[in-house]
Design a protein around this ligand. Structure first.
Ligand code: NAD
Length: 298
């Protein structure tokens, strides 16, 4: 059993922190939102009154925050984690943020000879609650080895992607691919229906043919073929469309910086931007099929 500081108890962090409690750790939970802290306290965590309260004395620290600026503000500065944490603590940022911010925090940690990894996750709220996330980890092998036992309590797979920032790089590349395959799956399903094919029948064919992908077989954007998919509950998230847009923007920023050609990624960003502005921001990212079907955004 270890003492853990957990910062950021939102949709994802609350389930992840609860799994650390279940694993027998003493979790000091902190969020700017005191209701989120109370909810975690009810699940057996200790309510930290401040960042310092959560971090001091902890062997391991997990952050699960919205974006790069939140992560930098929590780690850096005189009252940040790098100043407050025990020198031998393992620091794990599981937020999805830009590669530069992840590398900047890792660089500051390195100067202080503290162990830090970027460890963003794949899998949504259900995987966070069920402890079945996939972690993509950036950092030295030694930091990865120190982080892995803690990440194992929250996930089904913990994979080292490379050095600092590599976890974030893997995450945005994965999600750019996911956005592209989802839009492609929606287009194919929509065209199939307009050509008179039954969606279940087309699903049976494409899922056993070369059009097969995770977007089709695990997350089918038309109701019916995959009962657990958000398409069966009016596209209630799931993985919300604004989150996908955030990840695509991070991918496009990174692509521009390294001069990588990503024409489909750019188009996907554009389509998700229009989808979000047309009311899709309340829906799962697979709900973009409603835009292709002309139900929203026309
Ligand atoms: P969220 O907005 O629900 O939660 C973020 C929490 O951080 C909030 O409770 C907020 O009060 C807290 N917070 C912000 N600044 C803080 C600070 N300075 N100190 C303490 N607490 C602070 O977000 P989420 O859905 O839990 O996502 C968290 C991260 O995980 C994001 O980077 C997101 O991109 C990524 N992610 C989300 C999903 C998903 O399906 N929701 C899936 C994979 C990855």
């Amino acid at each position: 059993m270890a003492r853990i500081g957990f910062i950021g108890l939102g949709n994802m962090g609350s389930g992840m922190a609860a799994n650390m409690v279940k694993a027998g750790h003493e979790v000091f939970a902190f969020d700017l939102n005191s209701d989120a802290v109370k909810a975690l306290e009810a699940k057996g965590a200790k309510a930290a009154q401040s960042l310092a309260d959560a971090v001091r004395g902890a062997e391991a620290i997990v952050t699960m925050l919205p974006a790069g600026q939140h992560v930098r503000s929590v780690y850096e500065g005189d009252d940040g984690i790098l100043q407050l944490a025990e020198h031998d603590a393992i620091l794990m940022d599981c937020s999805t943020i830009d590669v530069e911010s992840a590398r900047a925090v890792a660089g500051e940690a390195d100067k202080k000879q503290m162990a830090f990894v970027d460890a963003p996750v794949s899998g949504g709220v259900a995987a966070a609650e069920g402890g079945t996330l996939t972690f993509m980890v950036g950092g030295s092998q030694a930091s990865f080895d120190k982080a892995k036992p803690f990440l194992d309590t929250m996930g089904k797979a913990v994979i080292r992607a490379g050095d600092a920032g590599a976890g974030q790089a893997a995450k945005i590349c994965n999600n750019m691919l996911l956005a592209i395959t989802m839009i492609g799956t929606c287009e194919a399903m929509n065209l199939a229906q307009k050509l008179g094919l039954d969606p279940q029948n087309f699903f049976n064919i494409a899922s056993q043919a070369s059009g097969q992908s995770w977007s089709l077989t695990s997350y089918c954007p038309v109701p019916g073929p995959v009962p657990a998919a958000p398409s069966n509950r009016d596209y209630k998230p799931g993985f919300a469309a604004p989150m996908m847009l955030k990840d695509l923007r991070l991918a496009m920023q990174a692509a521009e910086r390294v001069d990588a050609s990503t024409p489909l990624g750019q188009r996907a960003e554009n389509l998700y931007s229009v989808f979000n502005e047309s009311g899709g921001n309340q829906l799962d990212f697979s709900g973009i099929i409603k835009m292709l079907q002309g139900e929203i955004g026309q």
